[in-house]
Write a protein that binds this ligand. Structure first.
Ligand SMILES: Nc1ncnc2c1ncn2[C@@H]1O[C@H](COP(=O)(O)OP(=O)(O)OP(=O)(O)O)[C@@H](O)[C@H]1O
Ligand SMILES: [Mg+2]
Length: 375
């Protein structure tokens, strides 16, 4: 039997006046999973989270927590806690009092609360900070206290809205590990909102990619990275080369595309294509291999091989991003600093890639298509 989802959204739609923030969202979030809502600004992530928390009531649809319909249950009776970007600690209270606050609301005595507070502090690695005030803490420490406060009454789920957004890059990366470790320890369901794809990919068990209030794809990081379901997901997660072309042949799973006179073979058509159809050809830069024009043997294994001219070289620290021209189209590839052969702009080189690494998408307006699928 299927496990009851920790959180289930069924046909959730949210209008703010004439703005549709969320559109017919269906989601099953599993018990104990680290689940991320990922998408560009304004796609409806915060709204979805607030509907789960009960801070916003949906225009249509139902919300279930552990199988129970909570759509009409107020937020404080839902047993889920939310952590926002701006910590929201009480400035006039010590760390200890801040963490005690939700327990006090539940009429738990100080004596009874003490070990719970100690445990929550240990969980976020902040034991010994009980007597400090928020202004005596760094940003990362404050966010850890906010987490301790959200976890101290052991909610069924923790909802986090860009909780690391206010931290600088290094601290954010460090806090990502802290958060992930905490989640592994407590095994509480985490719903994590971010617009940072790297953050989502490295932390999540599963990711929901949203755009314009619609879900584009739900899957593990690998599924979303390796088999994006739409052109939008292909471009939003990781780096991607895009080239428009026209289908010239189809043999089973192999589709041949003409990109401005260059013939590209794809073994991963994401749809049923007919000859003459316009398509988007997608190849990840790291899947493209480059070779000196005098050194061709290694290129034989590639279904797609071209001689191309380097138009741009960008040094990025660990690697070089090389742009090559294919007629009017261009594509980027990555050479690690140790593999870099000292090429120059204007040089010719051979590029090769496997047909399995070429994804094809229909070129019709993809938003319209997604809406149609929902109707
Ligand atoms: N209270 C509100 N009143 C009117 N419109 C709103 C309100 N809250 C959100 N919206 C609109 O709903 C849409 C979705 O907003 P939401 O805050 O859910 O996006 P988001 O994905 O969290 O974006 P961000 O990454 O910028 O935080 C946006 O177009 C936004 O302008
Ligand atoms: Mg938001």
């Amino acid at each position: 039997m299927e496990e009851t989802p920790a959180i289930k959204l069924s046909g959730i739609t949210k209008w703010y006046g004439s703005v549709q923030a969320v559109c017919s969202v269906n989601l099953d979030i599993r018990q104990g999973e680290f689940f991320s809502l990922l998408g560009p600004s304004g796609c409806g992530k915060t709204t979805t989270l607030r509907v789960i928390a009960g801070l916003e009531s949906p225009t249509a649809g139902r919300v279930y927590l552990e199988g129970e319909d909570v759509t009409d249950v107020p937020p404080y009776r839902r047993n889920v806690n939310t952590v926002f970007q701006d910590y929201a600690l009480f400035p006039h209270m010590t760390v200890e009092e801040n963490i005690y606050f939700p327990l006090r609301m539940r009429k738990i005595s100080r004596v009874e609360a003490r070990p719970m507070i100690q445990e929550a502090l240990a969980l976020v690695n902040m034991s010994g900070f009980e007597k400090r005030y928020p202004h005596q803490l760094s940003g990362g420490q404050r966010q850890r206290i906010a987490l301790a406060r959200a976890l101290v009454n052991r909610p069924k789920a923790l909802l986090l809205d860009e909780p690391l957004g206010a931290l600088d890059f290094k601290l954010r990366v460090a806090m990502q590990k802290v958060l992930k470790d905490i989640q592994r320890n407590v095994r509480i369901t985490f719903v994590y909102v971010t617009h940072d794809q790297t953050e989502a990919i490295t932390m999540s068990d599963r990711i929901c990619v949203m755009k314009d209030g619609l879900i584009h794809q739900v899957g593990t990081s690998e599924e979303i990275y390796n088999s994006p379901s739409s052109i939008f997901v292909a471009g939003f997660i990781g780096d991607m080369n895009f080239m428009e072309g026209v289908v010239t042949e189809r043999h089973g799973d192999e589709v041949v595309v003409d990109v401005n006179g260059f013939i590209i073979r794809s073994g991963r058509p994401m749809g049923n294509f007919v000859v003459g159809e316009k398509v988007m050809v997608c190849v990840r830069p790291e899947k493209i291999c480059a070779q000196d024009v005098c050194n061709l043997e290694d290129m034989q294994r590639f279904d797609n091989r071209f001689q191309a001219v380097i138009t741009r070289i960008v040094f990025r620290g660990n690697d070089y991003e090389i742009t090559v021209g294919l007629g009017e189209a261009s594509m980027r590839l990555i050479e690690s600093a140790s593999d870099f052969k000292g090429e120059n702009e204007g040089d010719s080189l051979y590029v090769g890639f496997l047909k399995e690494d070429v994804l094809l998408y229909p070129l019709q307006a993809e938003e319209e298509k997604t809406h149609e699928q929902l109707d």
